[in-house]
Design a protein around this ligand. Structure first.
Ligand code: AMP
Length: 181
């Protein structure tokens, strides 16, 4: 019989204590990506609710969202949009500022990456405070995209990101939650 999804994910995700700074439990998905069965299952589970629906584009958040988002785009026969830190995209962009723990940063997307009314799913590895994902939501909404969902492997519910996106009317899908940060 197949192992429950939660067991597969718990065994495949590595936790690095005090990285990148004391007090943070870093949830490292490189071990999951390196495990063929776990990687495939993760992508299958994220794709499952949308199989058979027409999703025009997957918007992946730099950098781990590119890996998962590329695989999901292939499975759903969708296009892919990179959402990047400022200064990395070569053509004309739209840009939003978002808050980090200390100060502000900016995220960008090519202005012609999405058309009004296109159905888009946002993908990243993990949602914590939701600041990064909210920036992606704002970029896509600026261009009139129809955001079908935002999908993450890992939720850190104590940090409130899911609730923050849901308050913006975004449907959030996550596969596993870690209670402690
Ligand atoms: P946030 O904007 O607070 O929701 O942070 C989400 C982004 O930061 C994602 O791109 C994650 O990859 C990364 N991130 C935040 N906290 C962690 C953590 N504890 N472990 C791994 N990645 C994290």
């Amino acid at each position: 019989m197949r192992q429950p999804l939660e067991e597969t994910l718990l065994a495949a995700i590595r936790t690095i204590p005090d990285y990148p700074k004391p007090g943070v439990q870093f949830r490292d998905i490189t071990t999951l990506l390196g495990n063929a069965g776990a990687f495939r299952r993760t992508v299958d589970e994220l794709v499952h609710p949308y199989a058979g629906s027409k999703i025009d584009k997957i918007a992946g958040i730099e950098a781990r969202g590119f890996i998962l988002g590329g695989a999901i785009a292939h499975q759903l026969s969708s296009g892919f949009i990179p959402i990047r830190k400022k200064g990395k995209l070569p053509h004309e962009t739209v840009r939003v500022a978002y808050s980090l723990e200390y100060g502000l940063d900016e995220m960008e997307m090519h202005r012609d990456a999405v058309s009004a009314g296109e159905k888009v799913i946002i993908v990243d590895d993990l949602i914590a405070t939701g600041g990064t994902a909210e920036a992606a939501v704002r970029l896509l909404k600026q261009m009139g995209a129809d955001i079908v969902a935002a999908c993450f492997v890992i939720d850190l519910p104590d940090l409130g990101g899911r609730a923050r996106l849901e308050a913006l009317g975004v449907n959030v899908r996550t596969l596993i939650a870690f209670q402690e940060q």
